[in-house]
Design a protein around this ligand. Structure first.
Ligand SMILES: Cc1cc2nc3c(=O)[nH]c(=O)nc-3n(C[C@H](O)[C@H](O)[C@H](O)COP(=O)(O)OP(=O)(O)OC[C@H]3O[C@@H](n4cnc5c(N)ncnc54)[C@H](O)[C@@H]3O)c2cc1C
Length: 558
């Protein structure tokens, strides 16, 4: 973990030593436990009992092992503690911690650790910072977590990499074509090239080209949902709107479950740099901003299930609502917040799907920029997200051809981005232009054809990667048959006269926030604001239900 200079510079914050005063405060949150020499305090792939503060003795923390070489991370002595973000939310450990001599320790279980964060402000802040920095260290080192083995750049390897990256989970990819360790592992497990990719999980399991849900379950990112529990509120979507609602709802004492079918952060998590969000004058990557919100929601005790997809909204048994999940599970709640946002539209190009996942992209992150480094790329779109992606890609590629349907950028893009794009010498903006064909074979794009909409003049360019940012449509198909009113484009209508609240839908107890809401301002700040605002409405609704609606279901049946 010492590899990164940034981590080295923040070592003291990453591995703070608590004094007697701190430990005295912590004692009421945990219990004392001895460990013999050689005993595991934490084991990779297994759920640890919590954050463990060393009172006497020494503990060695290491990562890797199993399928990759073991590396020492740090040795803890009295006053240090072992644990990182996984222990905040009861997830399997990413490292081994072993007693090197008899150890006396204070074990603080995850639920009580969250109490520390809230009740002991200054100490909680130091612990939280250390947990986050430790996760950053593990992510940068890339020596723990699942190992993906496959052909780098293939659609399935990319899919798995994007999933783990977007969920802030450490992992490593070994390119089966050039990496000798990959060859050795494939021979050892008798895996043929046609069976790639495979994923080696820290618990020893081998998954053959798994879906995101199968992988998440194997590495303990998501668990079975308790079907008997009735949550005060279930929030569908962990984008900025959903996470903001989770932070406010959980911090104000509502039992809260957040579901997301993909990753935390939503569209904002895909933004290479957000510069117009209040309080970040130098800008911040969407993933970094959203990771903070995700950790903050967990700190206040919100449960987060990713990936879990809401597939249907029905009536609850003993609760107001029953949300069906993709794999036959369901969850019960007394109120529902729809924050399922929007997704990028796909243009109607005949053979588009042939190149999706490998050469046609809807995000521009480090993973995609690595694939097209030094090449010419084409990008379609003229909104702010397209502008950001152009600015980001221009740093990594030889040239960006920006394809714009309209007559200029000014009508659809913030002025600061328009000016920045003008200043980039390797970006050429083509207005009144549209893509008219893609050429290539075996999922590999070779040429992109576009035409001028006024003159009809066509040209063909040798381009291997196409980025599409052409406006969004709402993620509301799962609400079909739910009785929730939507507008002609599928966005949820809120605030009608009968609804009694600006964010209330046509169905009592169901609220909609963020991009999924008809008439919403499609911005991070607006989504976050609505997430904060909706919690007051939830309180009012649940209080009313307690008084008038007991017959329809008990409130929070924990
Ligand atoms: C590349 C890009 C750059 C951007 N840059 C900026 C910027 O600089 N500044 C700015 O203010 N705005 C920016 N935006 C817009 C901003 O990101 C959005 O307005 C904001 O993310 C909307 O938040 P949301 O929570 O409402 O929805 P989303 O961010 O869309 O999140 C919705 C979440 O719901 C999940 N979901 C959907 N359906 C289901 C289901 N059935 N079950 C479970 N989960 C589901 C999705 O997986 C997703 O995570 C950008 C957008 C993009 C795409």
């Amino acid at each position: 973990m010492s590899a990164s200079p940034i981590i080295e510079a923040r070592r003291e914050q990453m591995f703070p030593v608590l004094d007697e005063h701190d430990i005295a405060h912590l004692k009421r949150f945990g219990e004392l436990r001895p460990y013999e020499t050689g005993a595991y305090l934490m084991k990779t792939g297994e759920i640890a009992p919590g954050l463990i503060v060393i009172l006497a003795g020494k503990v060695q923390v290491s990562q890797g092992g199993g399928y990759s070489p073991r590396q020492d991370v740090i040795q803890h002595g009295p006053g240090s503690f072992t644990g990182e973000l996984a222990q905040l939310s009861d997830r399997p450990s990413l490292v081994d911690s072993v007693a090197m001599e008899p150890v006396d320790a204070l074990v603080i279980p995850p639920r009580r650790l969250r109490d520390v964060m809230v009740q002991e402000a200054s100490l909680g802040e130091r612990l939280m910072r250390a947990l986050i920095l430790r996760r950053v260290g593990l992510l940068r080192a890339g020596e723990t977590g699942p190992i993906i083995i496959g052909s780098s750049g293939s659609a399935d390897v990319l899919r798995l990499e994007v999933f783990l990256t977007r969920n802030g989970h450490p992992h490593k990819t070994l390119d089966s074509r050039i990496d000798s360790c990959a060859q050795t592992l494939l021979e050892r497990f008798h895996v043929a090239t046609e069976q790639l990719p495979i994923v080696l999980c820290p618990g020893g399991q081998i998954l053959h080209n798994p879906g995101e849900s199968e992988l998440a379950r194997c590495i303990g990112l998501v668990r079975k949902i308790d079907p008997d529990r009735i949550y005060d509120t279930v929030i569908v979507g962990a984008g900025p709107a959903g996470l903001a609602a989770a932070v406010y709802a959980a911090s104000e004492g509502l039992s809260t479950l957040v579901l997301d079918c993909r990753s935390f952060g939503g569209q904002a998590g895909a933004s290479s740099r957000i510069e117009n969000y209040l309080g970040f004058p130098t800008g911040i990557t969407g993933l970094a901003l959203m990771a903070r919100a995700y950790n903050q929601a967990q700190k206040f005790g919100a449960e987060i299930a990713i990936p879990d997809e809401a597939s249907k909204l029905g009536d609850g048994e003993g609760a107001r609502f029953l949300v069906s999940l993709g794999d036959g599970e369901h969850v019960r709640a007394n109120s529902l917040v729809v924050a399922s946002g929007a997704r990028y539209r796909r243009p109607s190009i005949d053979n588009l799907s042939e190149f999706e996942g490998t050469c046609v992209h809807y995000w521009a992150s480090a993973i995609e920029s690595r694939l097209c480094a030094g090449q010419e790329v084409a990008l379609v779109g003229a909104g702010n997200s397209a502008g950001q992606a152009v600015v980001y890609l221009a740093q990594h590629v030889k040239k960006v051809w920006m394809i714009v349907r309209g007559p200029n950028l000014e009508a659809t893009m913030s002025q600061y981005l328009v000016e920045r794009i003008r200043g980039l010498r390797n970006v050429e903006v083509l207005v009144r232009t549209e893509i008219c064909g893609l050429e290539g074979e075996a999922n590999t794009l070779a040429n992109v054809r576009w035409k001028n909409r006024d003159t009809g003049a066509e040209s063909t360019h040798a381009i291997g990667h196409l980025f599409l940012f052409i406006g969004a449509e709402p993620n509301t198909d799962w609400l079909a048959g739910s009785g929730i009113a939507r507008d002609a484009k599928g966005f949820i209508v809120t605030g009608s006269e009968e609804a009694h609240h600006a964010l209330a839908t046509s169905r009592k107890g169901v609220f909609a926030i963020g991009d999924v809401r008809a008439g919403s301002v499609k911005r991070v700040a607006a989504a976050v604001g609505e997430g904060a605002q909706v919690v007051a409405a939830l309180h009012a609704y649940l209080a009313d239900m307690r008084v008038n609606g007991a017959a329809e279901g008990k409130v929070d049946g924990r």
